[in-house]
Design a protein around this ligand. Structure first.
Ligand SMILES: O=C(O)c1ccc[n+]([C@@H]2O[C@H](COP(=O)([O-])O)[C@@H](O)[C@H]2O)c1
Ligand SMILES: Cc1cc2nc[nH]c2cc1C
Length: 349
């Protein structure tokens, strides 16, 4: 990417190697903790620490509206975006419950909600009041996409400065599965019919209409697939752009990014296209029920930790997966070695 893009450091392969060797000295058959072991190695590579710490996690939920909601592509009205922001502030959403469970620092950031919001409890960093309708015009300008990326960066910076050691980006935006599906089709070339899905619950003729809206928008907006900022500006959303910025900033600070569901993964894909050095910093929390998620994960060669059939967003699936990251770090910090515990190692080891 262009201006003011702090470079993302290469993962610490020496540290990763040390941790991989250390894992085999712990009191367990080699490899028996499965993906928890590769997770520990990844966390070492990301943080550069032999005994990485991932808590407290920072959750930033970015909220924004989408002009394309006017096309009738969501099962819910646009007003729900602002209403859910109020619910986040009141502490009553799923992400509030899950964030409390993992002792997360939770921030709700308005990067582009269309309506009025509570003054307190929201970080007001609005770029514009909702995107334009991508079925009729570009969702936003390139400068607005860059401004929303910058807002996401600021959120990751605040989390890091508050002492968070892992970043979860969540989102809330009625109609954002339409924007994400359009972006994913543009970035990967996967046919819309294969990746479009119900979002909040559209089915039957409404789903066929959603597909037609996305196909027409792709033809009319004609973004350059080699220019991720063009794809983001023409088809994306302000909260999607903010997640792009949050991931890039967190990785620049050697924080692991725990990626949530469909929309978050499309943002992660766009961010990796902007800067491929981001990819090693991404850990995928869950496989969403939204069908497009499988395509987004495949494009990133990613295998998520959980598959719970969630399709909520808000960062909820990533928050649920966070205890697995903690388990990987506890394994390193707390398990005894064969030598230390006086347990016989493998024959001939
Ligand atoms: O995270 C996911 O995988 C996911 C899948 C489907 C829907 N959502 C959430 O539902 C909203 C978008 O759905 P829709 O139908 O309005 O496009 C938005 O607020 C997302 O957070 C989230
Ligand atoms: C109620 C509701 C809550 C949500 N949280 C994230 N997306 C959402 C969409 C709806 C409709």
């Amino acid at each position: 990417m262009t201006d003011a893009m702090p470079s993302i450091p290469a993962p610490d392969t020496a540290c990763a190697g040390r941790v991989a060797r250390y894992l085999d000295t712990l009191t367990k058959p080699p490899g028996s903790l499965g993906r928890l072991e590769s997770l520990a190695v990844s966390l070492a590579a990301i943080t550069g620490e032999d005994f990485p710490r991932v808590g407290p996690p920072g959750v930033a939920v970015f909220a924004a509206d989408h002009g394309v909601a006017a096309e009738g592509v969501s099962a819910f009205p646009q007003s729900v975006t602002a209403q859910m922001v109020a619910n986040f502030v009141a502490g009553g959403a799923a992400i509030n419950a899950f964030a409390r469970r993992i002792d997360a620092r939770l921030e709700v950031v308005d990067v582009g909600v269309a309506g009025a919001l509570p003054h307190d409890g929201v970080v007001h960093d609005r770029v514009r009041s909702g995107t334009a309708n991508l079925a009729r015009e570009d969702a936003m300008t390139r400068d607005q996409a860059l401004a929303a990326i910058a807002a996401g960066r600021r959120a990751a910076e605040r989390a890091a400065e508050a002492g968070c050691r892992c970043l979860i980006a969540g989102e809330m935006g009625i109609a954002n599965t339409t924007a994400s599906s359009a972006m994913l089709a543009a970035l990967t070339g996967v046919p819309v019919a294969e990746l479009v899905g119900p979002g909040t619950g559209v089915a039957g003729e409404a789903l066929a209409h959603k597909r037609a809206v996305i196909e027409a928008a792709l033809a009319e907006r004609a973004p350059d697939p080699a220019d991720p900022l063009d794809v983001l500006a023409k088809l994306g959303g302000l909260e999607i752009a903010a997640m792009v910025g949050a991931y890039l900033e967190a990785a620049g600070r050697r924080l692991p990014c725990l990626v949530d569901g469909f929309i978050a993964t499309v943002a992660a894909l766009a961010a990796c296209r902007l800067d491929p050095a981001l990819r090693p910093y991404l850990i995928f929390g869950h496989r969403s029920h939204e069908p497009g998620h499988a395509h987004a994960l495949a494009a990133l060669d990613a295998e998520p930790l959980l598959a719970m059939e969630l399709c909520l967003g808000e960062g909820s699936g990533a928050a649920l997966a966070f205890p697995l990251l903690e388990a990987a770090t506890s394994m390193l910090a707390e398990m005894a070695t064969f030598d230390g515990a006086g347990v016989d190692d493998r024959e001939g080891a």
